[in-house]
Design a protein around this ligand. Structure first.
Ligand code: BMA
Length: 822
């Protein structure tokens, strides 16, 4: 088969819609394929970057406009008997014409399309046209045609098979894109070609094996064989009709493990479709051998949700993943590897690809395979009811089959999940009367998807929804059964209440915070910049977001009235809230076998629940996640009567240590202490109740409990920071230039909570190696900043850069003692 990419010489032109006159006057302008209209408009100078300032509003017309893409390409007959046009991804509803003949109507962004154009191609110049319907009115029209169905947010994204968050989300810009977002190819072939390859790897504990099933398109009766080569082993089988299956054993193949549990060996699998002496078509896949089960066997406490890989229950330290850009087609492979690398560096071992986004790209899955990151992929139905009738049903089936077959061979993919929050929505969000008996999607979650997974990827676990209770009599979001989402704390209560829950597995929970300072100031030009200035409001999408941020802060810290202090306070509070939650959930292991934080990343610069902001910068939350997800965790948690020290050991070696637990006053005076010797077996958790003399404070406002075992430390505060006697920070801070940046040394002269060096405040490229370090009087911390910035290194120890929780309890910042050397 010969494949030719048709990516050159495309133009795009606005058709109907509220088109600004300069765009109308320009007529057709150059278009990138793959790409979307928005980025073409930006390149043509017809649209300003929608991520900046108030520009989201100025591009609203794009989603209400229909668009025409055109390209002429030369072609001459080359002897092949069949010619197909293959569209790997069209966004979304479009009519496609070749040389004036209508060859295709596309309906679905999440699948590919192939058309036989053998009789439509002409020798010489061929004209290809793709006419996209305007996505906002199209979704509106279909929502009535299909019958109203409940959904979150402002557009009926559930009436169209297009990335839901393209219509805006509570962290997402509303762009409503159109475009040829994946490649277009002309594929010429004779005799036969491979249509679909289903790769089913298995491992029996000793040997790896893989069965490959192929379906073919053929125009020849000549005998064909499929040959598979993997790990130096080969096997082949004759094709019968349009189908063939070949099994290969790889003796002694090493197993693929999630990071922290072993290595990630992968194998290149090559499938060749052969006729006598020639290879007609060839495909390759990178595979790995591992087994997965989702254990939901009821126990005394309810129903667990345990992801078991190669027989080993995995303590999931996860994050939710959203599309990394509102224009996902422009995410380069290197950026995908960088972002997943940032996840791995934060001790994360699972990414959940959320159902309002995409079936993620091959680049994403390649990175996950290599880094040992487990992937949980949602089917793309989120926060809404969906029609189960035609035409929706066949589209959802087509996209599910294609993507399960594409992704199923990746060893990282361990969970396929029916939907995001739709079982919960049906049960608890008042949908039932609004639906008036219309279908809502249950057929997909309980019948269609499990059958597709059983057929195309039986080696991947399936769960009908998130949240989901395997006990049919329980609410889908019941903490005792299966997975749950915990949102009532961010929305209504406060983060200490995470400890009211004893969940079995938390697949969503989160707390908002702003993007880093440099991302905020690069993307907004408000003057003054305040939490409620115009640009800030455009970049805060959550329902009542600012009120929730304030309510979530004031129980702990006073609300600052200086913007940079507000920014630091909200960033810190986000980190502390999630640290509190994760340490509590992990302390419940093995009762609770996973947490999946909402959310790792952002798709543009915005105030959100993310740990990494829309320009790829690490928020303080990222550092808190890295600490709270460390393989070994020492934490102090409330117990029935007092406090308990809990040691969590997610490592393959026993953890034997003596923890010194000391109650001390803020000035460093020891008040009571206890040595606790403990052994925590590999992949286990142990807790020890603390003596009353330790856990009962004399003066809660000026005492802290510190548990130390080697490099591990757990802290317990007896009073909220704002009610405590946390004084302005006193420290000696020095800054010296080092090889690739600046080294900052801080020696505490008082108790300082959560010291953070906000390096990006000084220079947009500056990064720091650690953050949120609590120092007892006399303790020292070294922060290494990497930057090309060559100014005075002392800038990194000024008040707006070197920060702590202490500066927030008292608005009168004390001058710090600074000494430095160049
Ligand atoms: C959950 C998610 C997303 C949302 C997040 C924050 O509902 O599934 O829909 O962005 O909460 O509100």
């Amino acid at each position: 088969m010969k494949t030719r990419e048709l990516h050159d010489d495309w133009t795009v032109e606005a058709l109907d819609g509220p088109v600004p006159s300069d765009v109308r006057d320009r007529g057709a302008f150059p278009a990138a394929v793959p790409g979307v209209v928005h980025t073409d408009l930006i390149t043509a100078g017809l649209l300003s970057d929608p991520y900046l300032g108030l520009a989201e509003k100025q591009q609203e017309w794009v989603g209400s406009t229909s668009w025409l893409y055109q390209s002429d390409f030369e072609w001459q007959p080359d002897g092949a008997s069949r010619h197909d046009l293959r569209f790997a991804g069209l966004d979304t509803v479009a009519t496609i014409r070749l040389n004036g003949h209508r060859i295709l109507e596309s309906e679905n962004q999440h699948r590919s399309y192939r058309v036989d154009v053998t009789d439509t191609l002409v020798a010489g110049t061929n004209r290809l046209e793709v006419r996209f319907a305007a996505p906002v009115p199209e979704a509106d029209r279909r929502s009535l045609e299909l019958g109203y169905r409940p959904h979150v947010n402002h557009h009926p994204f559930n009436s169209i098979r297009k990335m839901a968050c393209s219509y805006g989300w509570d962290w997402g810009i509303d762009t409503a894109t159109s475009g040829i977002w994946k490649s277009v190819q002309l594929q010429s072939w004779s005799d036969a070609r491979i249509v679909e390859l289903v790769v089913l790897p298995d491992h029996d504990g000793t040997d790896g094996s893989v069965t490959v099933r192929a379906t073919l398109d053929r125009v020849t009766e000549a005998p064909l064989t499929l040959r598979i080569t993997v790990g130096g082993e080969s096997a082949e089988a004759p094709v019968s009709g349009n189908e063939v299956a070949v099994a290969v054993t790889v003796p002694g193949a090493a197993r693929w493990w999630p990071r922290g549990y072993g290595d990630q060996p992968t194998f290149e699998l090559v499938a060749e479709l052969r006729a006598e002496s020639s290879i007609l078509d060839e495909r390759s896949r990178t595979i790995g051998f591992r087994s997965v089960t989702l254990d939901t066997t009821p126990d005394d406490a309810g129903t667990p949700f345990r992801i078991v890989v190669n027989g080993q229950p995995i303590a999931v330290k996860g994050v939710n993943w959203i599309p990394d850009d509102a224009f996902p087609g422009r995410i380069e492979r290197s950026r995908m590897f960088e972002r997943l690398g940032q996840a791995a560096d934060a001790n994360i071992n699972l990414l959940r690809v959320w159902g309002g986004g995409l079936f993620e790209s091959d680049d994403f899955y390649d990175a996950a395979d290599q880094l040992g990151l487990l992937v949980w992929q949602d089917f793309l139905l989120a926060c809404a009811a969906y029609s189960e009738e035609e035409p929706m049903r066949s589209e959802i089936e087509a996209e599910a089959r294609e993507n399960v077959a594409r992704l199923g061979s990746h060893p990282s993919l361990v969970v396929l999940n029916g939907n995001n929050e739709n079982l919960w929505g049906f049960a608890d969000w008042g949908w039932q009367p609004r639906l008036e008996g219309r279908s809502w999607g249950e057929l997909y979650y309980r019948t269609m998807f499990p059958a597709i997974v059983a057929e195309l990827a039986p080696h991947v676990g399936y769960t009908p929804g998130s949240p989901f209770s395997p006990d049919a009599s329980a609410d889908p979001n019941d903490p005792q059964h299966g997975t749950m989402h915990i949102w009532d704390l961010w929305n209504q209560k406060d983060y200490p209440h995470y400890r009211d829950y004893r969940p079995r597995f938390v697949s969503e929970f989160g707390w908002q915070g702003p993007p880093t300072w440099s991302t905020l100031t690069e993307s907004l030009s408000d003057s003054p910049l305040t939490p409620e200035s115009p640009g800030m409001l455009v970049h805060q999408k959550a329902d009542n977001g600012n009120v929730k941020l304030t309510d979530g802060l004031v129980a702990h810290l006073p609300l600052p009235n200086v913007m940079q202090d507000w920014h630091w306070a909200m960033s810190l509070n986000q980190a502390v809230a999630i640290r509190t939650a994760v340490e509590w959930f992990r302390s419940l292991q093995p009762h609770c076998m996973g947490t999946i934080l909402w959310q790792l990343n952002d798709c543009w610069p915005v105030v959100s629940w993310a740990a990494i902001d829309g320009y790829g910068r690490l928020k303080p939350l990222w550092y808190a996640v890295r600490d709270a997800y460390a393989p070994r965790l020492l934490t102090i948690q409330p117990a029935d009567s007092g406090l308990r020290l809990v040691a969590v050991n997610d490592s393959a070696d026993d953890w034997h240590a003596t923890a010194k637990v000391e109650r001390t006053s803020f000035d460093g005076t020891p008040l009571a202490s206890e040595d606790i010797e403990f052994t925590v077996p590999a992949f286990a958790t142990r807790g020890v109740d603390l003596a009353a003399s330790i856990s009962r404070p004399g003066e809660p406002a000026r005492e802290v409990l510190v548990a130390t075992a080697g490099e591990h430390r757990g802290l317990w505060w007896f009073a909220e920071a704002r009610d405590s006697e946390l004084a302005p920070p006193l420290w000696d801070a020095s800054a010296v230039r080092v090889d690739r940046g600046v080294e900052v040394r801080v020696v505490a002269r008082s108790l300082i909570r959560d010291v953070a060096l906000l390096a990006d405040v000084v220079a947009a490229d500056a990064t720091v190696d650690r953050m949120l370090v609590t120092l007892l009087p006399g303790e020292e911390a070294v922060f290494t900043v990497e930057t090309k910035w060559s100014g005075d290194p002392h800038r990194f120890v000024e008040n707006d850069v070197l920060r702590s929780m202490n500066d927030l309890t008292d608005q009168r910042r004390s001058p710090t003692a600074i000494e430095g050397h160049d």
